[in-house]
Design a protein around this ligand. Sequence first.
Ligand SMILES: Cc1cc2nc3c(=O)[nH]c(=O)nc-3n(C[C@H](O)[C@H](O)[C@H](O)COP(=O)(O)OP(=O)(O)OC[C@H]3O[C@@H](n4cnc5c(N)ncnc54)[C@H](O)[C@@H]3O)c2cc1C
Length: 553
Amino acid sequence: MASDGSLTTEPGHVVVIGAGPAGLTFAHELLSRTKAKVTVLEASDMVGGISRTVVYKGNRIDIGGHRFFSKDDRVMAWWRDRMPVQTAPARDDIHLGRPVDAMDDAPADPARPADPERDEAVMLVRRRLSRIYYLRKFFNYPVSLSLDTILNLGLVRMVRIGFSYLWMRAMPPRKERSLEDFFINRFGVELYQTFFRDYTEKVWGVPCREIKPEWGAQRIKGLSIRAVLAHAIRQMLPKPKATLSQKDVETSLIDRFMYPRLGPGQMWEVVADDIRRMGGGILFGQSCEGLQFDGTRVTGVDVRGPEGTRLIEAALVISTMPLQHLARASGEAVPPDVREIADGLRYRDFFTVGVLVRKLALKHDGRIPTVNDIVPDNWIYIQEPDVRVGRLQVFNNWSPYMVADPDTVWLGMEYFANEGDDLWSQSDEQLADLGLRELVKMGIVSADDILDRTVLRAPKAYPAYFGSYDRIDVLRRWIDGLDNLFVIGRNGMHKYNNQDHSMLCAMTLVDQIVAGTLDRSALWAVNTEAEYHETRKEQAQAAAAQGGAVAAS
Ligand SMILES: Cc1cc2nc3c(=O)[nH]c(=O)nc-3n(C[C@H](O)[C@H](O)[C@H](O)COP(=O)(O)OP(=O)(O)OC[C@H]3O[C@@H](n4cnc5c(N)ncnc54)[C@H](O)[C@@H]3O)c2cc1C
């Protein structure tokens, strides 16, 4: 940073901590627009962060399932520039005689033909289907008032839900101190216990009464029983022609998305190749363990690698590592109150049990044709209270190229945990056994059809909005007071960011560097801006049109 407070376009050696979407987008943008010298430090041996793709014996695991969709045109165009959208059918389209799917928000470019059967780097356009598995039956996600729902729940449960809702309406509303109060005020006790409580508690590992109501307000705005009923009635009427582009629709309801042919990590490998071509360095197995300060200026980064610890001097440092680690790495430079808040931040950890099977025991109703008649879902929310698995990915349906043998089914069983808890502290072997037991118990697979399994852990997958989160502004003020250190990304800012938000933070910062102006509040505003939070009429209608259970992506 220059002495007048502006950022210089020649920032000397720029050190980026983390080769996930935020760090790589920053490096890519800076290298393409300035002459800066950029080094990206990555603690693991792969690019992509949580958005990486891990290959196990030719089968690919996507941690959580990453839809490539953004309401921001710049991000959509950026992805398409790196990987062209398919212009020819994918393997499963060919098998089923399906035409190539299209998205208004991501048109294919006829000047860049991309054939997934022939070309390596291709963005597929996929249709989303994700249902809820409960009472060993499928429910629409989000839950809607349909004949299927009524038949699946049964009359007794439906009546209980109805009475509990009417009772809630007749009583004065609860004071909303927690997410539990938030749900009950909108849906009644019975519906809350049926569809909201268990899944939310599986995701966050704490009772809903300990989670702040604001989280519900942010995730399921515009949703109510009245809206669900209105939707059920609208469904019976002739449908008007759809005029909305997906940009106007709640992100959780997007029905089509882009997906790299070989999973999300493929995008970040393409970006990493570009960075190297532009002269940037990406160093693997190099973890930032300390930061050296001269007053409010960072002068270097202590990096630990296989060869020991060394100091890398830096003129500008961009951090995407967890905020808690950043504060710890800053040692004495951090005031005690800031340190205490950083230590109090909470995370939720995540692991996937990858299971390869010959076929599913689950019966597909055949309404949507699929290869080998497997269920059509990309992922399934598991609401069953007798198992600990939270979600089930069917990787074949994300991209047929994620699976080595197209006559097998490649599943990802997703569990939420806390580092050190009874789940996390089990060995990989024990976790794999748990996954297989639960898969068989739920009737999804029969034991004879299991071919292989593996376990993949993702610590700090979710930054939590509890713990010391309500005092995060103090931490933010300290960071904003540093001259040449910026935080971007999901754990980097401790925000529930998707890839696009992480990328937009990076792009906004590079815009500021290039323009020579600095506005840190614009960085923090990404993902809290009007576009994401306003309850537009269309958004409310779209959300209301579905009704439903809360899920974390
Ligand atoms: C279950 C799940 C589902 C998701 N689904 C979607 C989706 O559908 N669509 C979507 O767009 N997004 C989705 N996301 C979000 C997406 O994964 C993240 O937004 C994105 O990966 C964040 O990028 P990032 O660069 O900020 O952080 P990360 O991906 O966390 O990358 C940070 C990198 O920094 C490295 N690092 C950390 N500490 C250090 C250190 N001390 N020194 C050096 N390197 C370090 C890490 O190894 C990592 O590679 C999902 C996330 C989860 C958990």
